[in-house]
Design a protein around this ligand. Sequence first.
Ligand code: PMP
Length: 436
Amino acid sequence: MNFEQRIPREASARLFEEAQEYFPGGVNSPVRAFRSVSGPPLFIREGHGSHMIDEDGNRLLDFCCSWGPLIHGHDNPHIRERVIETVLRGTSFGTPNRLGNQLGKLILDNHRYVERIRFVSSGTEAVMSALRLARGYTGRNKIIKFDGCYHGHVDSLLVKAGSGLATLGTSSSAGVPETVARDTLVLPLGDRDLLERTLSEHSGEVACIIVEPIPANNGLLIQDRSWLECLRIKAWKHDVLLIFDEVISGFRVGFEGAAGLYDVAPDIITFGKVIGGGFPVGAYGASKEIMDYIAPVGPVYQAGTLSANPVAMAAGLAALEQCLAPGFYVEMAARTHRMATAIEAYARERNYPVHVPHVGSIFWLAFGTERIERADQIDAANMQYFKIIHHELLQTGVYLGPSGYEVGFVSSAHSETDLQEGVAKICAAMDVAFGE
Ligand code: PMP
């Protein structure tokens, strides 16, 4: 395949070359380096609504949406106004502030599964803090996670399944001590017997089960409700806490996230992305009883200089208020469904091995025709198709995250016309990847 560039990319290429002098690999987060797709990463200059413009002036219909936070698209007027209004009064005080209260209230008033919340500054920080809380609350060290779920770059979660049948984890990043990794038990998604056996074998040692209820970092591995219910029941049975990592799904598939969508109540929920309206915000929440284990009330320490930063709180508030508009999530899901099924229908007619799993306003271009529910069902060899599709889409002005394992997001700024354009261009890109 010839990945000929038909759009100007010189300015991005120059900036990327310069960036190599400053940052490892030229980036501040690895996947941004475009290592598994063609050409240099695009340096984005600005974004408005459903589109971004790069430093070469290319205009791109954006289905990455900053990896999920931008549920209202770029430069949303309500968020912009609130942020500017707030910035004019100072940007950080390191004290409690009214906007933090307002965002806290808005969330607790509209989310049945959270009684108390603590704001932090990223999804990783939320997960790290939630794990410490689970360990502090239960007085136990081991945690159970699932292959195919990503939870940020927390030491004890940068862990993959050990060899053979052993569920004891081994670190998946240099710098994570094996002593830390060994406290993480890694299981395949959906294996109820193994979960039961693991909980029994490690009875009295496990603090929590952590899961992405809608795994969306390794493809979109949509789970059956009955599996999530099984996790709930087993956690109760073995007296361990259940953590839903809703950094992606929270406020994305519904205001109450996956917990609300499936009506399964976790003990602790972690948030990120949408909650900050495009600013660095994470959070974790639980019942009052569990959250009272956090300092200054309880013995589990957790703090942050920029936690509940007023500008970020203003952005989060403006974002979540718009999510509460009647019918918001129904409409987002309906549009995404129309787009996904149109792509699927086109692929089916031509026998292209593509299907488009989707939930709420999250979608994924999946290769093969079978439903994919576990990480080991993804064939890495198919990522060559993604590379072609990604390249073709950039040439025609559509931006997907630069990896076939990443999901896409639809925002409320995507008009029906945008979505039709997306469908047409994705179909044309599939013709290049799969056509005769
Ligand atoms: N958990 C999940 C489910 C995520 O999707 C992510 C980010 N992709 C994280 C945690 C980490 O969040 P952040 O990148 O904000 O640290």
